[in-house]
Design a binder for this molecule. Structure first.
Ligand SMILES: C[S@@+](CC[C@H](N)C(=O)[O-])C[C@H]1O[C@@H](n2cnc3c(N)ncnc32)[C@H](O)[C@@H]1O
Ligand code: SF4
Length: 157
């Protein structure tokens, strides 16, 4: 999945949370982690979950850009090295379609508290592609000027 949606907007780390999770744990980069994925959660179940989201509650969005110019030897991320831009452009077109499909399944234009771009390295995107993603997100979600936007990246890529 290239686009994920979560309803944890507004949750901030506290000393209690940090103490609770201050231990060794498996590295996972999504919640629920991939080990919890199963065929029991099918498209119909996912569709019902989306449809039942409260329209007034802010959601958080995660946009995955799985491309890098070269791979770091230790990398455990979901990414691949590309030496031309075409696969990135193809992926962005599919991502825009997926955002539209998500919009059709939601009960309305949900407010957004946070958007996180991860990868891979989202600086593989052109400025035009970033604009297109924000335009499409703005058609589907109620984006406000104070939305928290974060991006993880490897600048040399
Ligand atoms: C998901 S990566 C993507 C962002 C960007 N491309 C980068 O390298 O910072 C974000 C973080 O995951 C870390 N990472 C990658 N592979 C890892 C691994 N096998 N174990 C632990 N951290 C890892 C990277 O060092 C980086 O800090
Ligand atoms: S830049 Fe980040 S995502 Fe890309 S290969 Fe290196 S660690 Fe992995």
């Amino acid at each position: 999945m290239s686009l994920a949606l979560a309803t944890n907007a507004g949750v901030r780390p506290t000393a209690e949370l940090v103490a609770k999770y201050d231990g060794r744990a498996p590295r996972y980069t999504s919640y629920p982690p991939a080990t919890q994925f199963s065929a029991q959660i099918d498209a119909q179940t996912y569709g019902l979950w989306l449809h039942d989201l409260p329209v007034e509650q802010a959601v958080s969005l995660y946009v995955h850009i799985p491309f890098c110019a070269r791979l770091c030897w230790y990398c455990g991320c979901n990414t691949r090295a590309v030496n031309r831009h075409e696969p990135v452009g193809d992926y962005v077109r599919l991502l825009l379609d997926e955002i539209a499909l998500l919009g059709a399944a939601l009960p309305g234009r949900l407010p957004v508290g946070a958007i996180h771009f991860g990868g891979g390295t989202p600086n593989m995107l052109s400025t035009g592609e970033v604009d297109a993603i924000f335009d499409r997100l703005g058609q589907v979600f109620a984006l406000t000027a104070d939305v928290d936007v974060a991006v993880e990246m490897d600048p040399p890529c």
